[in-house]
Design a protein around this ligand. Structure first.
Ligand SMILES: *Cc1c(COP(=O)(O)O)cnc(C)c1O
Length: 397
């Protein structure tokens, strides 16, 4: 077992080996499935490995339909098209997220309307969402869709969000790119809304080197998604096109990697959750350092462990800790910079309560790969402890 854990990485024998935030973690099954694909000479977009991967995903998430695509971003783009979003429309999007949640809104010439987060999950605040919808309608435009995100694998308050969406009859597209394996009352994230999106980018909990999937509650959406993702070819023996399409399908080789990764997903979740427990046990003793807890019914895949540092109590800023880690060749990252603070979206309407901006200033993502060794985890904690203790001693002389 230990062997397979360090499979793709050099065995760390001395300190100062680079510790990554979240690196790919391959096992043995991936190559086996790739060999099958090579043996059949099926080295193409689509193919039996992609079909198998889609089956694995649909069984795992219990989603009515799954379409594997070349990225999570392309899945969001297709979902917005299937929801009828057009130029001039407005789409509500969580502000605290990675830009891929919002860019596809712009691809369609629509305008993103950003909504801030709430304290419990750091995701879209359902109360602020309701106020936003009422205000947008009063200003003359009913939003076409709502995009909440399950950031860092922590489920958003999706039941409350779905209630608001239902009240105003607006469809929901869940960005579950970081949340494969997370559930709320045993239901997979990405299966609550009309559409859900997963990502298998290199840094996610499982990876196909690059890839994504579109989950749909309505089975009718599936053939439409496949049609649009394959250049919208009309059913003729020659190439005829009545609609504009895209080249968004996943390669059969990437599908093969995905099948191998699905075999070890439960183990990967266990490992990431154990990272979280380790950091929490070690760092909770410091006042002013806090973690996002699991609310009632929540199971998080703990894709990344994120700490929130209150400099007024710790005397140390997030940046001081980040630089101390960097000095020891340890990669950590500030929490996503909110979309309403991005130069790209300076003109977009935003409904804010200040939380996402505070989280950006005080949140730090710690190394969270499922392939981290206990030595590596201890090294990260030692650097953070040093930084916090040093400031604590100096603040009290
Ligand atoms: C990774 C990610 C995406 C996009 O996925 P890609 O596969 O990289 O296109 C979308 N949203 C969030 C929140 C992500 O973290």
């Amino acid at each position: 077992m230990k062997q397979s854990l360090s499979y793709a990485r050099p065995i760390e024998t001395y300190t100062n080996t680079k510790i990554w935030l979240s690196s790919p973690h391959m096992d043995k099954g991936e190559l086996k499935h790739i060999q099958e694909a090579f043996h059949m000479n099926w080295v193409a977009p689509i193919g039996p490995q992609v079909d198998g991967f889609e089956n694995d995903l649909s069984r795992y998430t219990r989603s009515a339909s799954v379409v594997a695509l070349c990225s999570g971003t392309s899945a969001i783009h297709l979902a917005l098209i299937l929801l009828g979003v057009e130029a001039g429309d407005e789409v509500i999007c969580q502000s605290l997220t990675f830009i891929a949640s919002a860019n596809p809104i712009s691809y369609l010439g629509a305008t993103p309307v950003f909504v801030d987060s709430e304290e419990d999950t750091w995701n879209m605040c359902p109360v602020l969402l309701r106020e936003t919808i009422i205000d947008r309608i009063a200003k003359g435009k009913k939003p076409k869709a709502i995009i909440p995100v399950h950031l860092y694998g922590v489920p958003a308050k999706i039941i409350e969000i779905m209630e608001v969406a239902k009240e105003f009859d607006i469809p929901v597209l869940e960005d579950a790119a970081e949340a494969l394996g997370s559930t709320l009352f045993h239901k997979a994230m990405g299966t609550f809304g009309d559409f859900g999106v997963l990502s298998f980018n290199g840094n996610k909990i499982i990876t196909t080197s690059g890839g994504g999937a579109l989950l749909a509650r309505n089975k009718d959406a599936e053939p439409k998604a496949r049609f649009l993702a394959t250049q919208a070819c009309d059913p003729e023996p020659y190439y005829q096109h009545s609609k504009m399409g895209y080249n968004y399908r996943l390669s059969n080789i990437c599908g093969a990697i995905g099948r191998g990764q699905m075999e070890v997903l439960p183990e990967r979740i266990r490992q990431r959750r154990s990272n979280f427990d380790f950091y929490k046990n070690a760092l909770s003793k410091f006042k002013g350092v806090s973690f996002v807890e699991e609310m009632n019914g929540v199971f998080s895949n703990r894709w990344l462990t994120v700490i929130r540092i209150d400099p007024a109590i710790t005397g140390v800023s997030r940046e001081t800790i980040r630089l101390a880690l960097k000095k020891d060749n340890i990669e950590s990252r500030p929490v996503w910079k909110p979309m309403h603070l991005q130069p790209l979206f300076a003109e977009a309407p935003a409904y804010c309560n200040g939380l996402s901006e505070r989280l950006f200033n005080t949140g730090l993502c710690l190394p969270s790969g499922s392939n981290l060794t206990s030595n590596e985890l201890e090294r990260v904690v030692a650097r953070i402890e040093e930084t916090l203790s040093f400031s604590f001693e100096h603040a009290h002389v």
